[in-house]
Design a binder for this molecule. Structure first.
Ligand code: NAI
Length: 215
């Protein structure tokens, strides 16, 4: 499929569209107007029209959007119409929580194994996913066509471990360690920092209070 030039702002909104369109399909809704979608998603109808026009999902007068078509197109753009094999490095609280969340599999992200350096954890299972020794990282990544590594280890080792995983063939890092990873440019890194999100929440509370006081 040819790569489409889509702005990063639109790409950021795509997972949300995908989720809402998926819910509509589950409800048996095949088409929807931009106004109805706007009410559900609390996004302006013109924003929706602009965004969805990127995918040839042009709403037709009197018809609305074809929900299934848009859902499929967005899945293709996001690359979730194919499966992605992934591993989690760090089988502590966070790594286990991610491994236990079944819905990633439904989106095509298949967790193949967890890795840890703690001998007490190695050999245990989370559901049907094994916790393996770091010694097996190289052979496992190579033999199981692993594309993504989630990093849920402390920041001190994070860059070295990420570099190791990349040298064995991993192409993308889902980074939860609180550090900016130094990796080759071709590697995709998605940083997830819940505390950043909380700080934004705190900012909004602070300024909401001030706005309320100032009328
Ligand atoms: P944890 O201490 O429960 O688990 C960390 C695991 O990583 C342990 O099982 C440990 O044996 C393993 N580990 C440490 N160094 C390793 C290495 N070099 N190779 C392989 N395994 C290694 O910690 P928790 O709560 O699961 O947090 C993990 C990391 O994620 C922490 O650094 C924490 O700061 C960070 N974190 C990030 C969040 C975010 O929003 N980005 C939210 C919560 C935690």
């Amino acid at each position: 499929m040819a790569k489409k030039e889509i702005s990063s702002a639109v790409i950021k909104r795509l997972p949300r569209y995908y989720r809402y369109l998926g819910e509509l399909l589950e409800e048996g809704i095949d088409r929807i107007s931009s106004n109805e979608l706007s009410e559900r998603m609390r996004v302006t109808a013109s924003q929706i029209r602009q965004d969805l026009n990127n995918f040839g999902g042009f709403g037709q007068q009197g018809y609305g959007y074809n929900v299934r078509y848009l859902h499929e197109e967005i899945a293709k753009i996001l690359g979730i119409d194919t499966k992605h094999n992934m591993i989690i490095i760090g089988a502590g609280n966070l790594g286990l929580a991610i491994a236990k969340y079944a819905n990633f599999g439904k989106r095509g992200f298949i967790i193949k194994a967890l890795f840890d350096k703690n001998p007490e954890l190695i050999g245990k299972k989370v559901g049907d996913i094994d916790i393996l020794d770091m010694d097996m990282l190289e052979s496992f990544i190579k033999e199981n066509d692993i594309e993504i590594a989630a990093l849920t280890i402390p920041k001190g080792d994070a860059t070295a471990i990420a570099q190791e995983a990349v040298s064995y063939g991993v192409r993308a890092i889902w980074n939860f360690a609180h550090t900016d990873l130094r990796l080759p440019e071709y590697v995709t890194v998605e940083n997830v920092h819940l505390s950043d999100s909380l700080m934004r929440l705190s900012y909004n509370i602070r300024w909401q209070e001030k706005d309320d006081i100032n009328g």
